[in-house]
Design a protein around this ligand. Sequence first.
Ligand code: FES
Length: 150
Amino acid sequence: MPRQLEWTRRAVLRLAWVGVIAASALTIEPLVQYLTSKEDRLQSTLVGYSKPLDVNSDWQNTANARVWVKRDSLGVMALVATCTHLGCEVHYHVEKKEWLCPCHGSIYDLEGRPISGPALKALPRVAVELKPDGSLIINTSKQVGMDTRV
Ligand code: FES
């Protein structure tokens, strides 16, 4: 006759403690990563860009790695290189003139419209202000339409 497992109060409490300790161990590493991250969470939503932009220039990266600017015949535009699927940073592929997401393979065209992959929406365009000295202030908290230029 097989031996029956006895669930005493002590055994249940011991098992519960093992569960609590295991859950704590699993959450400590992400918590430490979050607390020690060098990413500035209080970063301003305004990004400056002061280099000259030629007409029909290619996308140029700003001081904020995810904010890019470009000038075409209609004006200046800004794009945030954050994948619209789950938020990974997308990378601009200069030769292909495409934006590629390393996380799940979404591909966007030159203008940031999705071509393939799980992402369904275009990369966000954000407001740009052209200063009298020619420099740009990009407001990453204010989304604009794909056709908006300054
Ligand atoms: S986060 Fe970019 S494809 Fe999933």
